[in-house]
Design a protein around this ligand. Sequence first.
Ligand code: SAH
Length: 249
Amino acid sequence: MRFDVITLFPEMFSAFTGSGITRRAVQTGKVQLYTWNPRDFTKDVYRRVDDRPFGGGPGMVMMAEPLDLALDAIAEQGVKQAVQVAPVVYVSPAGQPLTHARVVELSGLPALTLLCGRYEGVDERVLTKRVNIELSIGDFVVSGGELPAMMLMDALARQLPGVLNDAESAVQESFANGLLDCPHYTRPENYQDQTVPSVLLSGNHAQIASWRRKQALQRTLARRPDLIEKARSEGKLSKDDEAVLAEVK
Ligand code: SAH
């Protein structure tokens, strides 16, 4: 999957390309990341990318033209390389909340262009004209779109075939089956007088699987009852699951 990211802080993306699973995804060519700095698309000597908001008020707003030109350059390179024109995502607190379902859907695309805002945000006219999808990473505000963009790309990369190895498999994780993940334990068996649940040491795989499912159900019911309702309405809960939930309640 190819990502073209428009950002005033391209150096921040070394966090994505430099460590862990995302680094491996880039090194093995499963993910390609290109950054584009709006400052390189300015026409004045000061290389201005922001200006004061019309109507007054605090802060600065990212100007439309450098972003427009950066988007043109990305599209032009796409045409040259004969890749499909990618949807443009603006990461924004005003976007639709990012969910696992959305991640799975977007991970099927060959490419995405990501626009990272800074300051108070971006001139609305460039959003109206050029952006296809606005996505939020949560109901809070961070200082720029770079971390949200990296979160999105990381979540997408994990869905790509071959990015995770078996041991890291994405299918067992929180949200994949509509529930939160079960608790995990590793050695030692006894840590500061807290022991590992004995079923996990039993070697009985069926019992372990049913214990894990039960834990996931209990935990989801306690922490995110909304997800239980959703899983139920989507037919993701079995009779056994309902029995566990009834017992817990
Ligand atoms: N004035 C804006 C916040 C600007 S924060 C508002 O109140 O909505 C600067 C940039 O950070 C935004 O343009 C956006 O790209 C990014 N950003 C901040 N919070 C975000 C969030 N929750 N999800 C996605 N992007 C976010």
